[in-house]
Design a protein around this ligand. Structure first.
Ligand code: PEP
Ligand code: MN
Length: 373
């Protein structure tokens, strides 16, 4: 059961404690407070765990601070929409608002290699007014002989350069718990020059201890990449591990699934799941066209496959686009063949703007149609 409290109520308000006390007076019921901070308002919810089926709703509805009592019918307790009964306000992090209604691009290097290449990348983004990026530092590689990332040693210059070019969020994969501490320490030492969204890679989609670790800290949001060989439901349950730990600032990222049926692309593009994830959860949905397609081939129309799949997801309402870009892909130590070139960024931005307008128009026409009906 979820008790949705009146908007903008402080979670430590005395009325909240009274509602919690009533909930916990029922046998074997425990509670967890969740505050979701959106751009314009914040909502606190009290989640009741245990045998809530036998608890009446009326005593809670009598509290003036309780806006709504929601009986949970779906499996995804913390991230679910529960049949549309709970809002999806998204969240704010380091001045950037991410939700199911917004759109942000996160171009950047797959793996940080040199300071010069990273500086060129961030400078390019700054010229295009982009304040969100990606930069891999801890790389999970298929072969132990491949480049494993520069690790903690490069964090000081990554954060310094991000700050210099006004990058507010850098998506960065972590593969073990200690990486979270290393990132938090380096951010602090940089004077919080930027922000980091902790990326859980597809290979760790069911690393439950890592999921618990990113969920038990609330300083940094989480970008969860769907497992490449598991069902969507299993990936959503993985996000539930993060949220049930207390961290609700989660983005769900589609990145393709592993099967030869997607050949010649690196993975079978799964962006048809954009509206599905938006319907089942309150999470903003990201797509990663680079790791899905894995190559820089173009159609006879001159548009790169990466542009086409991005367009397919944005026209369906995707909220973030995470993609590889490198000033010198031939020098990239990871995934150079799928990186966009700096010269290609303006065309992608133009293309994304066209399809985003189309998405907004589709929603407007649909809403007008259902109001008229
Ligand atoms: C990445 O984004 O760098 C990455 C390794 O992606 P994935 O986990 O989706 O393969
Ligand atoms: Mn990569």
């Amino acid at each position: 059961m979820i008790l949705v409290l009146r908007a903008d109520l402080a979670p430590d308000a005395p009325e909240v404690a009274r509602v919690v006390a009533l909930a916990e007076s029922f046998p074997d019921i425990t509670t967890q407070l969740h505050t979701i901070r959106g751009a314009t308002r914040s909502v606190t919810e009290i989640h009741l765990h245990g045998a809530t089926g036998v608890i009446p709703t009326a005593p809670f509805e009598e509290f003036e601070v309780v806006e709504k009592v929601v009986r949970i019918t779906e499996r995804f307790r913390a991230i679910g929409r529960h049949g549309g009964q709970v809002d999806a306000p998204g969240f704010e992090y380091n001045g950037i608002h991410l939700s199911q209604d917004t759109l942000h691009l996160f171009p950047g290097v797959c793996a940080v290699d040199t300071r010069e290449n990273l500086e060129e990348t961030f400078a390019l983004l700054a010229r295009h007014g982009i304040a969100t990026s990606r930069a891999g530092v801890y790389k999970p590689r298929t072969s132990p002989y491949d480049f494993q990332g520069l690790g903690a040693a490069c964090l000081p210059f990554v954060f310094e350069l991000a700050g210099k070019y006004g990058i507010r969020i850098v998506a960065m994969e972590v593969t073990r718990e200690s990486h979270i501490d290393e990132i938090q320490r380096a951010l602090r030492e940089s004077g919080y020059a930027t922000g980091v969204m902790l990326q859980i890679g597809t290979r760790n989609a069911q690393n439950f201890e890592l999921l618990k670790a990113v969920g038990q800290q609330t300083e940094l949001p989480v970008l969860f990449k769907r497992g490449m060989g598991i069902t969507l439901e299993e990936s959503l349950n993985a996000c539930e591990y993060v949220a049930s730990g207390g961290n609700h600032r989660i983005v769900f990222c589609l990145r393709g699934v592993k099967t030869h049926l997607g050949d010649p692309h690196r993975n079978l593009v799964d962006f048809a799941h954009v509206p599905v994830v938006k319907r089942l959860t309150r999470l903003p949905v990201c797509i990663d066209p680079s790791h899905s397609v894995g190559r820089r081939t173009a159609g006879p129309d001159g548009l790169l496959d990466i542009f086409h799949v991005t367009a397919q997801a944005v026209v369906a309402g995707a909220n973030l686009v995470l993609f590889d870009l490198h000033p010198r892909p031939e020098e990239a130590r990871c995934d150079g063949p799928q990186a966009l070139l700096p010269d290609e960024l303006p065309a992608l931005l133009e293309d994304v703007a066209i399809v985003r307008r189309a998405y907004e128009e589709r929603v407007r026409v649909r809403r007008a149609g259902s109001e008229a009906a």
